[in-house]
Design a protein around this ligand. Structure first.
Ligand SMILES: Cc1cc2nc3c(=O)[nH]c(=O)nc-3n(C[C@H](O)[C@H](O)[C@H](O)COP(=O)(O)O)c2cc1C
Ligand code: SF4
Ligand code: SF4
Length: 269
């Protein structure tokens, strides 16, 4: 089984590829969180986790999910091959060490860990921008080749391989900057919508993996997206990136930023 999370589709692309190649079942973490998170494993089943890097850590929703995981297996949990793949724009720091600390609590350890550098989706800080189209294409081309290699290792259940871009100062990225980022900047409180740009199409609602957005008629001029402020937002930015009118913003900085999602403008061809 492969558990995955994805906001803008990069990780979905990789996870779907791995599921198709291995025949493992593919499960979307936000959907799984609606159930009891208890899984019966068949003898040969691999256990995989695929998710984007958020602030040099696994996304909050992935960590919450792992804390609820329970497995029943005749073979014993350590007999199952366990791997993890994260997609990032640039570097992952100590994301996989943090993941493995969470997994240890449920008796798991990912012995094969991989990262894929994919188009950037974070745009809410002054120095963070989407990549130029050529760079997006180039990243996806390289990632396509790397994913073939990772797929081969996962198919053969090769353990103790690490293929990750940790960046220059992984500890500082994850435990200082990333810790601050994840404690204070994962919030839906800064989202706004321009009523004069919105065409009420509902794509932001469909794109949100956690059900945090609904269209509500407040103005009488047609329904506008509202964020629920219920703690479910994991800041994946799917709502921002999928809006066909760039009507959604996070603070004021994103007014001058581009938009991206996997497959946008057929950039994966
Ligand atoms: C909230 C947030 C935080 C991010 N933090 C990082 C990061 O620390 N390092 C990095 O290289 N990329 C970072 N990114 C970029 C994403 O990891 C990258 O674009 C990823 O492939 C997106 O995956 P998805 O399309 O499956 O959501 C971040 C993106 C978001 C939305
Ligand atoms: S509200 Fe937007 S950023 Fe938050 S989880 Fe939903 S799509 Fe992602
Ligand atoms: S995706 Fe954009 S245009 Fe469509 S309803 Fe949401 S804010 Fe309005």
């Amino acid at each position: 089984m492969i558990f995955y999370f994805s906001g803008t589709g990069n990780t979905r692309w990789a996870a779907e590829h791995l599921a198709a190649a291995t025949g493992e079942r593919l499960l979307f973490i936000p959907e799984e969180l609606k159930g009891d998170c208890h899984y019966l494993l068949s003898a040969d089943e691999r256990i995989g986790f695929c998710f984007p890097t958020h602030g040099w850590q696994p996304p909050r929703i992935v960590r919450q999910f792992i804390r609820q995981l329970q497995f029943s297996t005749a073979a014993g949990i350590t007999a199952h091959y366990c791997f993890a793949l994260t997609t990032c724009g640039d570097s992952i720091g100590r994301t996989m060490e943090i993941l493995n600390r969470e997994l240890a609590a449920v008796g798991l350890h990912a012995t094969s860990v991989f990262s894929l550098t994919m188009p950037e989706s974070y745009v809410c800080l002054p120095f963070m921008k989407t990549d130029k189209p050529e760079r997006e294409r180039e990243k996806i081309e390289v990632a396509t080749r790397q994913l073939e290699h990772f797929t081969d290792l996962i198919l053969r259940r090769v353990p103790e391989e690490t293929h990750t871009s940790r960046g220059l100062t992984p500890w500082t990225f994850s435990h200082v900057i990333g810790a601050y980022f994840n404690a204070h900047m994962i919030t839906d409180s800064k989202f706004t919508v321009d009523a004069d740009r919105c065409i009420h199409c509902g794509r932001c609602v469909e794109a949100c993996p956690t059900g945090d957005v609904t269209l509500e008629s407040i103005t009488g001029n047609g329904a506008l997206p509202q964020w629920h402020h219920d703690g479910s937002c994991t800041n994946c930015l799917a709502c921002y990136h999928h809006c066909p009118r760039h009507a959604i913003n996070y603070g004021s900085i994103t007014r001058r930023r581009g938009q991206y999602y996997f497959g946008h403008g057929n950039n994966h061809h």
